[in-house]
Design a protein around this ligand. Structure first.
Ligand code: FAD
Length: 453
């Protein structure tokens, strides 16, 4: 602890939660000269590193080999029939997660951030208490506790798992039911389908991937169906039963029950704001349990800030990191900064993946009135030779009044890799003409972006 007798607090900053937002805030605050401590109740790195983006993306890579190995034969490779061993992939992924956790720990250590590997709760506007009972004071407290999967309140919900557990399965299930219609549901549907499981995605409404462009969503649905993923729409879960042989029977409204070996709930994530002591110190929450903050991430209590998923602004890692960084610059760096939430690119790592930035066509029509839409509906060269009947779709939405590109929406191989670069142009407010003026890089899929008609 900071031993300076004159200092009224143990630390300048106490961060609760060593995930994406908390680690960045702690590191930057320390680099501005603040004395910083951080508490983590589970593993350093948080959701993204331990049980989110990173292990998920590694499984996506692993899953895609199912298609690559098949396609390789059309490119002349003599590929014998291959087996997939889940335990090898799982263990390698978990080992990489361990490696990254170590790196995050080293980063904190090298910035002299004091790490407490235990749960913390807030006990005063300048004080926290650790699970061990130790009380610590700080000039500022930052809440970066993330979000937690929500389970539907139905009979037998305890038989299902969430994304928290999915990376630790003993074996790859034969039949999987995934409840939900968001990006996590679709990503795991793709992963297990590629591993050869019989996958059924069960969604309570008739629409999945809300927020993404309707045409792109529909293309994913068509491709997923053709790959053998089953969908049940308008099918709220009613109950889950466990049968004598250990398998599950999932009952849905107005439909036949579905038998499976594994049920995954991907039914949303709630801000992790409960049992933190927030009510006692007067930190306000919204109706969904998200901590209310101002543009500088300050809560209703002057000395307490919050960043990341617990504030439910945009639940993505790069956003949590930006918010944590801006907080540290503002409070400790003498450089008040806010986060610009415009044009945040995002992806669905399905097979093939989706990537998008800016307004969908429907949003643009709603907000701007007159819009122009340009599309390219094509089969990637590689898919043509592979005999894979899977078409990519790129879509550009342009404000008719200004000719500015206000949205880009893509589904196809490597779409997230391509979109990240194109998102710079959309964020910069470039026009369709600027895209057209750029000479194509041939042959590539990305060239479609400058050839849109
Ligand atoms: P977290 O990273 O969740 O960190 C919060 C930390 O606080 C946790 O480590 C938790 O253990 C700790 N904690 C909580 N309460 C306490 C307490 N009282 N005391 C001490 N410690 C506490 N985002 C993307 O951008 N791209 C993706 O591809 C992507 N894929 C995802 C896939 C899955 C399956 C999931 C679940 C999420 C995914 N996300 C993705 C979202 C991303 O992981 C989160 O937006 C991001 O991790 C939020 O960061 P955070 O700092 O707010 O919280």
């Amino acid at each position: 602890m900071n031993g300076a007798a004159a200092m009224p607090y143990d630390f300048d900053l106490f961060v609760i939660g060593a995930g994406s937002g908390g680690v960045r805030a702690a590191r930057i605050a320390a680099s501005h000269g603040a004395s910083v401590a951080i508490a983590e109740e589970y593993r350093v790195g948080g959701t993204c590193v331990i049980r989110g983006c990173v292990p998920k993306k590694l499984l996506v890579y692993g899953a895609h080999f199912a298609e690559d190995l098949k396609d390789a034969r059309r490119f002349g490779w003599n590929v014998p029939d291959c087996d997939f061993d889940w335990t090898v992939l799982r263990n390698n992924v978990l080992a990489d997660v361990d490696r990254l956790e170590g790196m995050y720990g080293n980063t904190l250590e090298s910035h002299n951030v004091r790490l407490f590997r235990e749960r913390a709760t807030i006990t005063g506007v300048h004080s926290v208490t650790l699970a061990s009972g130790r009380a610590i004071t700080a000039k500022y407290i930052l809440i970066a506790t993330g979000a937690w999967p929500m389970l539907p309140e139905i009979e037998g919900a305890e038989h299902g798992i969430t994304s928290n557990e999915v990376f630790h399965l003993d074996e790859c299930p034969r039949r999987v039911v995934i409840a939900g219609g968001g990006y996590i549901a679709n990503e795991f549907a793709g992963i297990f389908n590629e591993f050869g499981a019989h996958v059924t995605l069960v969604n309570r409404s008739d629409q999945m991937l809300r927020g993404y462009d309707a045409q792109i969503r529909d293309r994913l649905l068509q491709i997923s169906l053709s790959k053998g993923i089953n969908f049940r729409f308008n099918a709220p879960l009613e109950r889950v039963g466990k049968r004598e042989d250990g398998t599950l029977r999932v009952h849905i409204r107005d439909g036949d029950p579905i038998d499976c070996d594994l049920l995954i709930f991907a039914t949303g994530r709630r801000p992790k704001s409960d049992e933190l002591g927030l009510e006692d110190v007067g930190v306000e929450l919204d109706g969904k349990g998200a901590i209310r903050v101002d543009d500088h991430s300050r809560t209703s209590v002057e000395s307490i800030y919050a960043v990341g998923d617990v504030t439910d602004r945009v639940q993505l890692t790069p956003v949590a990191i930006r918010e944590g960084h801006a907080f540290a610059d503002t409070v400790f760096g003498g450089n008040p900064r806010t986060v610009d939430y415009g044009c945040i690119p995002s992806a669905v790592f399905s097979h093939p993946p989706i990537a998008a930035v800016g307004m969908t066509e429907a949003e643009a029509r709603d907000r701007l009135g007159a819009v122009k839409v340009y599309t390219s509906d094509f089969r990637a060269m590689k898919n043509v030779l592979a005999g894979r009947d899977e078409r990519a779709l790129y879509k550009m939405v342009v404000d008719a009044a200004t000719e500015r590109v206000v949205g880009l929406h893509m589904i196809g191989p490597d779409a997230p890799e391509i979109l990240q670069a194109a998102a710079v142009a959309v964020k910069a407010g470039l026009t369709k003409q600027a895209f057209d003026d750029t000479i194509a890089l041939h042959p590539s899929m990305a060239e479609e972006l400058v050839l849109l008609r």
